[in-house]
Design a protein around this ligand. Structure first.
Ligand SMILES: O=C(O)C(=O)C[C@]1(C(=O)O)C=C[C@@H](O)C=C1
Length: 113
């Protein structure tokens, strides 16, 4: 899925070669944070759209099977990236749980109209 250079060791080498004070670090982190936020926005659009579809079928946002399936994929991909599971897993779990709440509110809003 990822190219060979997409791993923690490689990004750490780049950080060593480009960052020499905390200002350098924080500039890069601000850049990465903006990318993460853009991707979270894109992800949330699909969560909302899934709510549109579920409002016509189950009316229930929460799908534990899909949550478990994504957790498995997050674990496998994190191992590939050398990304510590202590960072990726709780973060994605929180993202999925807050997305479920957001989606259920959207479904309920559609059904109350
Ligand atoms: O896959 C879905 O059904 C979604 O709506 C996405 C999503 C998620 O945010 O990952 C949200 C709610 C479901 O419980 C499962 C997964």
């Amino acid at each position: 899925v990822f190219s060979a250079e997409d791993n923690l060791s490689r990004y750490y080498e780049i950080a060593e070669q480009t960052c020499f004070d905390i200002g350098d670090i924080r500039r890069e982190m601000d850049r990465v944070n903006r990318e993460i936020l853009k991707l979270m926005t894109e992800r949330t659009a699909y969560v909302k759209r899934a709510g549109d579809l579920k409002s016509q079928t189950t009316k229930i946002a929460d799908d534990r099977g899909r949550v478990k399936d994504q957790e498995r994929k997050i674990i496998d991909l994190s191992l590939e990236l050398e990304l510590p599971l202590e960072i990726s897993l709780p973060t994605f779990r929180e993202l999925m749980e807050t997305s479920i709440k957001f989606q259920q509110r959207h479904i309920d809003e559609l059904l109350s109209q």
